[in-house]
Design a protein around this ligand. Structure first.
Ligand code: PFF
Length: 456
């Protein structure tokens, strides 16, 4: 086994919370609801759940294997496990995907900060549904304010990263994750008890399979990869800091379960709320930001203090969830530069933060002054989201499945997954079957369908 002289997470709980912190983020609370809304509701959710179970958990275990076995950043890990082969390009593509996602993700991560200020200063008072839509559009298309929040967010991420793995990443996740969960439950209870919420609950629970087509499948698969932080080596990088007695299968199940629970809870906040105030569920990326202030206002407007307290709670929650995820993307790129180019961690982190700031500003401007620059009808922001979530992550997952399923020796997989025989694991055969056949075929079919070569 490769000797480990690098930093480690200090406890098993820290491992689960840090990985779940990476997984749980805007993907669950912002992206999952709008993708569900765009793709027709309950049927999309069922396909999403199938993707998590059949593709997500096995590929997560594969990433854990690669990271902990090699004890290196994602590109270095492939070099160690498959020296002299082109496999290290899978790792490098992951680093690029992490960098691109971090850039546009930080733009959205900054939005809750604006809403936090707005809520604290009573800015929601007296507004109607339409006005919330207008004020979101006016804010997101402004050149300056979103950029200031983006910068603040990247600086916060940077500060955690330079504190290192145990003191920075693990300690922050241990505080932030439980707070997040409690806040979500409180808000879901409030949302489902709003008058008129039942239509939203029905939208979430009654599947209509007549709306399912290839783009729904691609959407659900992309969302599963995005939400579980898979396909770019993020969990592979975290696994390189796992202790050698951490159970990889159990951690993968726990992380997937927590992530899915949070996404469903977010659905139970957004849809009942949207239907209660008459907002269409297919409003796209703005869904979360136009729905929630409306609810706080309409449902609790007669008790302004409660409205302010709940909205503050929600935006803090969003920012916290986003921060634990941006930390993990930043770590992928920082660890790569630090280990592969022998830069100090601090210097590597500065380069990542600077690079993401520049790309992030371009993405933010593409929603306003730069919105006329489009490719295939997509702004730069949409292109980053499409190329990463719908192409790079599933492609990364496809290659990771092939790597473990066909390249790595089966006995090595067994050895690592069972912690050198100290854990009884009965799933290695099933895992390898899925990684060899099921995952590559499923991802392949969805891709080919999207390219228009076959039609599902
Ligand atoms: N999983 C995160 C979320 O749901 O918000 C987003 C993300 C984090 C994607 C880390 C990819 C990644 F490597």
């Amino acid at each position: 086994m490769v000797q480990n002289e690098r930093s480690n997470f200090g406890s098993k709980l820290g491992v689960v919370l840090a990985s779940a912190g990476s997984a749980v983020g805007l993907g669950n609370i912002w992206r999952f609801p709008f993708e569900t809304g765009n793709h027709g509701g309950a049927a999309f959710i069922l396909i999403y759940l199938a993707c998590v179970l059949v593709l997500g958990i096995p590929i997560m275990m594969a990433e854990f294997y690669i990271g902990r076995r090699a004890r290196a950043n994602t590109a270095g890990a492939y070099r160690k496990l498959a020296p002299g082969t082109p496999w290290c390009w899978v790792g490098r593509m992951g680093v690029l995907a992490g960098f691109l996602i971090l850039s546009y993700y930080s733009v959205v991560a900054g939005w809750p900060l604006e809403y936090l200020v707005e809520a604290a200063t009573g800015g929601f008072a007296g507004k109607e549904a339409d006005q919330f839509i207008d004020s979101f559009n006016a804010f997101a298309s402004q050149p300056l304010r979103p950029v200031i929040w983006l910068l603040l967010f990247l600086i916060a991420t940077h500060l955690v990263i330079v504190r290192g793995v145990e003191k920075g990443i693990e300690r922050s996740a241990k505080v932030m994750m439980p707070v997040l969960f409690i806040l979500l439950v409180v808000l879901a209870v409030c949302a489902v008890s709003l008058p008129g919420a039942s239509a939203g609950i029905e939208f979430l629970l009654k599947p209509d399979f007549s709306k399912v087509d290839g783009s729904v499948l691609l959407g659900a698969m992309g969302q599963a990869f995005f939400s579980l932080s898979l396909g770019l080596g993020c969990l592979c990088t975290y696994a390189s800091y796992f202790r050698s007695d951490t159970s990889l299968p159990r951690t993968a199940f726990n992380v997937a379960a927590i992530d899915t629970l949070v996404a469903i809870l977010a659905g139970f906040i957004i849809f009942p709320a949207a239907f209660a105030v008459g907002i269409q569920p297919d409003a796209g990326p703005s869904l979360l930001f136009i729905t929630l202030p409306n609810v706080f206002q309409q449902a609790f407007g007669s008790t302004p203090l409660l409205a302010i307290a709940l909205s503050l709670m929600f935006y803090v929650l969003l920012a916290v969830a986003a921060l634990t995820s941006t930390i993990s993307m930043h770590e992928v790129v920082t660890a790569y530069l630090h280990e592969e180019f022998k830069m100090s961690r601090r210097k590597a982190a500065v380069w990542v933060t600077l690079g993401c700031t520049i790309l992030g500003i371009c993405c933010s401007l593409s929603l306003g002054v730069g919105s006329s620059y489009t490719l295939c009808g997509m702004t730069l922001f949409d292109i980053f989201d499409f190329v990463t979530a719908k192409i790079m992550l599933p492609l990364g997952g496809f290659l990771i499945a092939l790597f473990i399923g066909w390249y790595v020796d089966r006995r090595q997989v067994e050895e690592e997954i069972s912690n050198h025989g100290t854990l009884k694991v009965h799933i290695v055969r099933l895992l390898l079957f899925v990684l060899r056949y099921v995952a590559p075929v499923a991802i392949g079919i969805i891709f080919i369908n999207e390219l228009g070569l076959i039609h599902l």
